[in-house]
Design a protein around this ligand. Structure first.
Ligand code: ADP
Ligand code: MG
Ligand code: MG
Length: 352
């Protein structure tokens, strides 16, 4: 008998459309000869307003690739689709807040059904850039200098703001990067070069999140490494992102032809090995499970390597870095999807 896989996609996040693309690629992989006799797919779609759809409506989004926003007159509040009771393993294909951040992982855990990817802790720590950096500092992983700021520090007391600006300037200097702590896809991130830009950037970041991080800017190559596995995770070959824009912002990420992937990245062998080793340490440091992509800054002139971040559910379209890194490491897309489900089953903590 086939295992019923609940594909969960869409979601209340700025990465809704990317999630649909990732889900289409994964659904297709589950229908290939490699997987078709092992798995049955049950689609579940989370609309942008947070309502869940199963059955035909979810299937329709999966097939068309287009977001829908149904207004169901009978649905006046959040409902859990009945079909969810049939799911034997969940595959949450959600990027960003409300999905990659431990919220949905908590639901699955309560349901006592295994799921692909990291659990509550790693998902939440991986999503919050302040918590993540605290964990990585403790693990001895090199990072750029940063300051954690809260929205209330930006707004509450008019006297605080000049001091905050002075503090950031003296600690980090320019250029620096201002980021909402809990987002992805570069949404809400600004690179700033003076006080006026800094103030505008803090204001903008505060519109997305209570928690804000400000980082010293580095001039560096952007290097990514994929990790796969549970207690004995493996690192892939290394990839590099290339682009012409000022930084790897939203438009560069999602406009076709703006960014290039170089796999494997042209790096000295010692640097490659060091990055792979750091990627595994970063994955383990937050108790990552199944899947993770760890992103680095490599400063060529000094040889320094800084960890930038982990993404516990990275982009997973046919052309995304994560599956491409594994394809280049000898694990084709369909095989990768199968392995992720198997790792989910292996990890599930059964009651004693
Ligand atoms: P996200 O989680 O949204 O991808 P990142 O922290 O990875 O956010 O930042 C997005 C991009 O912004 C990076 O890929 C890089 O191009 C640029 N960037 C972020 N922080 C720095 C930094 N400290 N120095 C230089 N570039 C940075
Ligand atoms: Mg990210
Ligand atoms: Mg990033």
């Amino acid at each position: 008998t086939k295992l019923k896989v609940g594909l969960l996609f869409g979601g209340c996040s700025g990465e809704h459309e990317v999630s649909i693309s990732s889900a289409r690629a994964i659904a297709q992989a589950l229908k290939t000869d490699f997987n078709a006799d092992k798995y049955d797919v049950l689609p579940f779609y989370i609309q942008k307003d947070g309502y869940w759809q199963a059955g035909d409506l979810a299937q329709q989004v999966l097939e068309s690739g287009t977001a829908i926003a149904t207004i169901n007159p009978n649905q006046t509040r959040w409902q859990f689709p009945l079909q969810a009771a049939e799911v034997e393993v969940w595959f949450p294909i959600l990027h960003g807040p409300n999905g990659e951040d431990g919220t949905v992982q908590g639901l699955f855990k309560l349901m006592q059904v295994p799921f692909v990817g990291s659990g509550v802790l790693a998902s939440a720590v991986g999503m919050d850039k302040i918590a993540m950096k605290t964990a990585y500092a403790q693990a001895g992983l090199p990072q750029v200098k940063y300051l954690a700021v809260t929205r209330s520090q930006v707004y509450s007391n008019p006297c605080v703001f000049p001091k905050l600006g002075d503090h950031i300037e003296s600690e980090l200097g320019y250029p620096c990067f201002v980021k909402p702590a809990n987002l992805g896809s570069s949404v809400g991130i600004s690179k700033v070069r003076n006080r006026a830009q800094l103030e505008a950037a803090l204001d903008n970041a505060a519109s997305y999140d209570r928690r804000i991080i400000v980082e010293a800017g580095v001039v560096a190559r952007e290097i990514e490494c994929a990790v796969l596995g549970n207690d004995n995770p493996k690192a892939s070959v290394i990839g590099e992102i290339t682009f012409e824009s000022d930084f790897y912002d939203y438009d560069t990420k999602y406009t076709a032809g703006q960014a290039g992937l170089e796999i494997p990245a042209k790096l000295p062998e010692a640097v490659t090995t060091q990055i792979q080793e750091m990627a595994i340490r970063a994955f383990v440091a937050i108790d990552g499970a199944g899947i993770g992509r760890i992103d680095f800054f490599y400063v060529e002139s000094t040889g320094e390597i800084f960890i930038n971040e982990i993404n516990t559910f990275p982009g997973f379209t046919a052309t995304s870095m994560y599956p491409q890194l594994w394809a280049a490491s000898g694990i084709p897309f369909s095989n990768l999807v199968d392995q992720l489900i198997q790792f989910a089953l292996e990890r599930h903590d059964k009651p004693p």
